[in-house]
Design a protein around this ligand. Structure first.
Ligand SMILES: NC(=O)c1ccc[n+]([C@@H]2O[C@H](COP(=O)([O-])OP(=O)(O)OC[C@H]3O[C@@H](n4cnc5c(N)ncnc54)[C@H](OP(=O)(O)O)[C@@H]3O)[C@@H](O)[C@H]2O)c1
Length: 288
C-alpha cells in the first residue's frame, strides 16, 4: 500500500482520494480550505502558492502525488495570474516541497486538459498531435506539462476532457430549460469524461508499473454537441435545441472542435464504466 497526496482535493480529487483510501492506501487530501467532514482520508490545509508553508505542511514520505488543483477565480484578481499560480507555479512549488519534505515520489501525476489542443475542425487528436492552444489556460497547462516532463521525478500528465457527473449537470439543465442551442455551421465536437471514470483512470495509472508520460483522459466517443443535446432532449422529453443562425450574435462562443482519441489509455488496460455520454448521463438521470 502507498502513501498518496492529492494536491487540489476538489470535485475530482475527493472522488480519487475516496477510491484510493477504499483500496487501503494512506491518502492525504490537500487544499486551502479544508472541509470539516470525515471523508475517509486525511485532510491537509496547504496552499500551492506558498512554497515554505507547503513544504512544512506535507506529511513526510509520499509515494505518489497527484496535482488536481484548479484555479478559483476571485473578484479583482487577474485570471491569468491565478491560473498560472495554480497550474505552473503550483506544480513547481509542489515538486520542490516534496523534495524539501524528504519525499522521493515514485511518480507525480498532473491533471491537465484537452484545452492544450487548438484544433477547430473536428480533427482526431491523440498524445502525439500538435498542441497550439488558442487560450491562455491551454498555454499555461502545456507549460506545466513540460515542467513535469523535465523534472527529476518520473511524471505523467493526463489531459482530461470536460468533467461531468454528480453535481455537475449543467448540460442537462440547459437542455431541460431550453437554454441550449446548437452552434451554426459544421458539427462542433466535444470530449468529456465522467468524474468517476477520471478518478478510476488516475487510480489505474498509479497502479501501473511504468505508465506513459502522457495520456488523453476522455471517454470513447467524442460527440457533436447536436448529438448530445438531441439525446438529452429525447430522454428529458423536451423539444430538441434549435440550431443558431450563422449571423446570430447570441450564439455562444465555443472552444476548439476536435475529436480526442483515448486509445493509449485503453491499451494500458483501462476500462470505462461510462464509455460515452449516453451511459454517463443515463446514470445521472436515473439517479435524479
Ligand atoms: N472541470 C472540468 O471540466 C475539467 C476539464 C479538464 C481538466 N480539468 C482538470 O481537472 C482537475 C480537477 O478539476 P475539478 O473540477 O475537480 O476542480 P475543483 O473542483 O475546482 O477542485 C480544485 C481544488 O483545487 C483546490 N485549490 C485551488 N487552488 C489551490 C491552491 N492554491 N492550493 C491548494 N489547493 C488549491 C481547491 O480547493 P481550495 O480552493 O480550498 O484550495 C479545490 O479543492 C483540474 O486540474 C482541472 O484543471 C477539469
Amino acid at each position: 500500500m502507498a502513501r498518496i497526496l492529492i494536491a487540489g482535493c476538489g470535485y475530482l480529487g475527493c472522488e480519487l482520494a475516496r477510491r484510493l483510501a477504499g483500496e487501503g492506501h494512506t491518502v492525504f487530501g490537500l487544499r486551502r480550505e479544508v472541509p470539516d467532514l470525515d471523508a475517509g482520508f486525511e485532510w491537509i490545509a496547504g496552499d500551492l502558492g506558498q512554497p515554505d508553508a507547503l513544504a512544512a505542511a506535507l506529511p513526510g514520505e509520499i509515494d505518489f502525488a497527484v496535482h488536481a488543483a484548479a484555479p478559483r477565480l476571485a473578484a479583482g484578481a487577474s485570471a491569468e495570474d491565478v491560473t498560472r499560480g495554480v497550474y505552473l507555479d503550483g506544480l513547481s512549488n509542489l515538486l520542490r516541497a516534496l523534495t524539501r519534505s524528504g519525499s522521493q515520489p515514485r511518480r507525480v501525476f498532473f491533471v491537465s486538459s484537452t484545452s492544450v489542443y487548438g484544433q477547430k475542425r473536428g480533427e482526431w487528436v491523440d498524445e502525439a498531435s500538435p498542441t497550439h492552444p488558442t487560450r491562455k489556460t491551454g498555454e499555461i497547462l502545456l507549460l506545466a506539462e513540460k515542467l513535469l516532463a523535465a523534472a527529476d521525478v518520473p511524471g505523467s500528465s493526463l489531459r482530461l476532457g470536460g468533467l461531468y457527473g454528480p453535481g455537475r449537470t449543467r448540460l442537462i439543465e440547459n437542455v431541460r430549460s431550453g437554454r441550449a442551442s446548437i452552434p451554426a455551421g459544421d458539427p462542433h465536437y466535444t470530449n468529456r469524461i465522467h468524474r468517476d471514470d477520471a478518478a478510476r483512470a488516475i487510480a489505474h495509472l498509479i497502479a501501473l508499473d511504468a505508465p506513459a508520460p502522457l495520456y488523453l483522459g476522455v471517454d470513447c466517443e467524442p460527440a457533436a454537441e447536436e448529438a448530445v443535446f438531441g439525446w438529452l432532449a429525447q430522454r428529458l422529453e423536451v423539444a430538441p435545441p434549435t440550431r443558431a443562425r450563422r449571423d446570430e450574435s447570441a450564439t455562444p462562443r465555443r472552444a476548439g472542435s476536435k475529436r480526442c482519441r483515448n486509445a493509449l489509455l485503453l491499451e494500458s488496460g483501462f476500462t470505462f464504466e461510462y464509455p460515452s455520454f449516453r451511459e454517463g448521463y443515463a446514470a445521472l438521470l436515473d439517479e435524479a
